[in-house]
Design a protein around this ligand. Structure first.
Ligand code: MIC
Ligand code: SF4
Length: 646
């Protein structure tokens, strides 16, 4: 039987377990990336492991999230990360060089290699045929130290692409269509593999838009074959030598199949407040808009910017609309400057932002009250923009640009004829903003620069014999990590200070939560389905850990967040019967007897007693062998230290 592309790469990298779907496997990691909002913690964890030099083929530390520098905190973190990188063998992409995923695709990604990144949109690398997976900072730290990365051996979904996109229909519309069909939880435990004759009609930046936003499916990752299109892209990046052809075998077996005829797709938008709330422009109608933001790791490539400039040429941004544009990397921005397209954008009235995440993570450009904002980003979760009642629609750059001119949501097909947008044969390559690490012989002389905002990792403890705790919070389905640990200009600077950032934990849902949880001492959070979807931020586990949360009991979990809870030593539990969700209220006293013994004996079926109502609730504690040991030890850091000592 033939193999899928995913299976081929995983087989080449498996170091623990067997390729049996649904079981845990450990894979060797060739490359890692971090960004600054998760990186400070990841490098503190790496330091705590005591490994002198990274053991990967390539590790890169990017500064792209916290670039507002409204106080000393961000700049201190940048210096800390820069110094750790220099000492321990990591390349350092300086602030201004661009968004991690865009730069990694341009300068470091290699088809057939494995990459994990402390950012959920790491699957962008799937656009050139990498197995690229988003992970918590601790998992990235372990991989930098040479440890394997553990995933559930995934099911593989085949997305067969036929036809060719119609003029002004975009790669964004492809992934929005996949989201419409599969939903934000439809990809959990799965890899989305694209194939079919339609693949060759899509350029690398288009493929990367699709794999990037595959994160919103909850998927482990998404991947495209590596073909002649990939080769041309790498050649244009002056890296043709890393190219290898890769594709699935003709007789590969898939677990699910989706067919998309690219020719039939129409312009789509994800409506507030979920990326899978997808409708066509025609269904939404020509609503009046207040703001347009173009950029983010989903849609900030040179190709995207070329289309935007074409649409803006000779026009003026509508007087009722604010348009911001953040090109994804220094390379993109520089090429726009060289070829005159930047001038077209400035002339039209666009507000040019630095090459960074910016408004995507609420670092500036929050819309006005109840403001309608069209964004080319990947997430429109409630409050993420920084304006609680902001109405965010996720759209293609084409739709964003034309709507910025008309002032209403506009079908880009109304623009008229579309010229052929061709990527240049050579990109402007200048890696002068990527600092290589010090030579191993010189590493001892590199001083680590620690600012006062950098506080140590919170206290952990081995799993106790029993848990007696109050339900400190009850939340509904599809809770995102932006609910659990909000970001934005006020909170993001505190990413290296868990005691301080914990004061904002869950405040989007309940302002009293942090105080209540701290006062309770020990508590349990109860939630619905797909709990923890969205980002990889381990702060969504570390803040609850600091606040005394011992277990999270939900209908189902999102992949990265569940792993982060385990890494933090917080017990992930699910209801055996989802209807029992109704049998717990906030404030109820809950107890799980002999939990340590149950975990030691790998007993998945356990009983939670609601002492307030007297009801007994069957819950599931499903931990693989390794996850079990991590939980018993009190988290991945303790587990790794114990393993190293052995
Ligand atoms: C996001 O898009 O939500 C982020 C900010 O990039 C996060 C990482 C973080 O919270 O630092 C992600 O996607 O993992
Ligand atoms: Fe940055 Fe937004 Fe991409 Fe996250 S989704 S990495 S915040 S651009």
């Amino acid at each position: 039987m033939g193999l899928t592309l995913t299976e081929k790469i995983l087989k080449n990298h498996i170091v623990d377990g067997e390729m049996i779907k649904g079981t845990e496997i450990g894979i060797r990691i060739d490359q890692t990336l971090t960004q600054d909002a998760t990186g400070t913690m990841a490098y503190l964890e790496f330091e705590a492991m005591g490994v002198p030099r990274v053991k990967t083929e390539r590790s890169v530390a990017y500064i792209d999230h916290n670039t507002l520098q409204s106080g000393f905190e961000n700049a201190d973190d940048h210096r800390f990360i820069g110094s750790v990188a220099k000492k321990h063998g990591i390349y350092f992409s300086r602030p201004g060089n661009g968004i991690c995923h865009q730069v990694h695709l341009e300068r470091f990604g290699i088809p057939g290699k494995t990459l994990i990144g402390s950012d959920s949109h790491t699957p962008t690398g799937g656009g050139i045929g990498m197995i690229a997976i988003g992970a918590g900072g601790l998992d990235v730290a372990v991989a930098m130290g040479g440890g394997a990365y553990y995933i559930t051996c995934p099911k593989i979904v085949k997305v067969e692409l036929t036809g060719k996109l119609s003029p002004w229909v975009a790669a964004k519309d492809v992934i929005l269509e996949v989201l419409r069909r599969m939903s934000v939880k439809g990809g959990v435990g799965k890899v989305i593999e694209y194939c079919g004759e339609g693949v060759s009609t899509l350029s690398v930046p288009e493929r990367a838009t699709i794999t990037n936003m595959g994160a919103e499916l909850g998927a482990t990752t998404s991947i495209f074959p590596s073909d002649e299109v990939t080769r041309s892209f790498l050649k244009a990046q002056q890296r043709e030598e890393v190219w290898v052809p890769l594709s699935a075998d003709a007789d590969a077996q898939y677990d699910e199949e989706i067919n998309i005829n690219l020719s039939e797709l129409v312009p789509l938008a994800a409506c507030p407040h979920m990326p899978d709330n997808v409708k066509s422009v025609k269904e939404i109608g020509n609503i009046k808009i207040d703001q347009v933001c173009i950029g983010s790791c989903t849609n900030s490539s040179l190709l995207d910017m070329m289309k935007v400039a074409h649409i803006l040429k000779g026009k003026t941004v509508n007087p009722d609309v604010s348009l911001s544009i953040a090109p994804g990397s220094k390379q993109v921005l520089n090429m726009l400057a060289q070829n005159g397209l930047l001038s077209i954008m400035i002339d039209a009235g666009a507000r040019i932002l630095e090459s960074a995440c910016g408004p995507c993570i609420g670092m500036g450009q929050s819309p006005n009250s109840k403001g309608i904002s069209l964004r080319t980003f990947n997430r429109n979760f409630l409050g993420r923009s920084g304006t609680k009642d902001g109405q965010i629609y996720l759209v293609s750059p084409e739709m964003a640009a034309i709507s910025a001119i008309t002032g209403v949501l506009t079908d880009p097909r109304d623009i008229g004829e579309m010229p052929e947008f061709k990527l240049p044969e050579t990109f402007t390559v200048n890696d002068n903003m990527i600092v290589p690490p010090a030579a191993e012989a010189d590493m001892d002389s590199v001083e680590i620069l620690r600012g006062p905002n950098i506080k140590p990792f919170p206290q952990t403890a081995p799993l106790s014999d029993s848990i007696d705790a109050v339900c400190s919070l009850k939340v509904e389905d599809n809770i995102t990590t932006d609910h659990i640990m909000p970001a934005g200009a006020k909170i993001l600077p505190l990413r290296s200070n868990i005691p301080a950032i914990s004061k904002f934990c869950f405040t989007v849902c309940d302002e009293q939560f942090p105080e209540r949880a701290l006062a309770a001492g020990k508590s349990i959070i109860v939630g619905g389905a797909n709990y923890g979807q969205g980002s990889s931020r381990e702060h969504a586990a570390l803040a609850p850990l600091y606040l005394g949360v011992k277990a999270v009991l939900v209908k189902s979990f999102a992949r990265i967040h569940r792993a982060n809870l385990i890494n933090a030593g917080i017990l992930p539990l699910t209801f055996a019967d989802e209807n029992d969700y109704d049998k717990i209220s906030m404030g109820d006293e809950l107890a799980i007897e002999d939990i340590r013994k149950s975990v030691e004996n790998s007993q998945a079926d356990i009983t939670l007693k609601n002492k307030t109502t007297g009801v007994e609730i069957p819950v599931l504690c499903e931990l693989s062998g390794r996850a079990k040991d991590i939980i018993l030890a009190g988290g991945l850091l303790d587990y790794t230290r114990e393993s190293l000592n052995k």
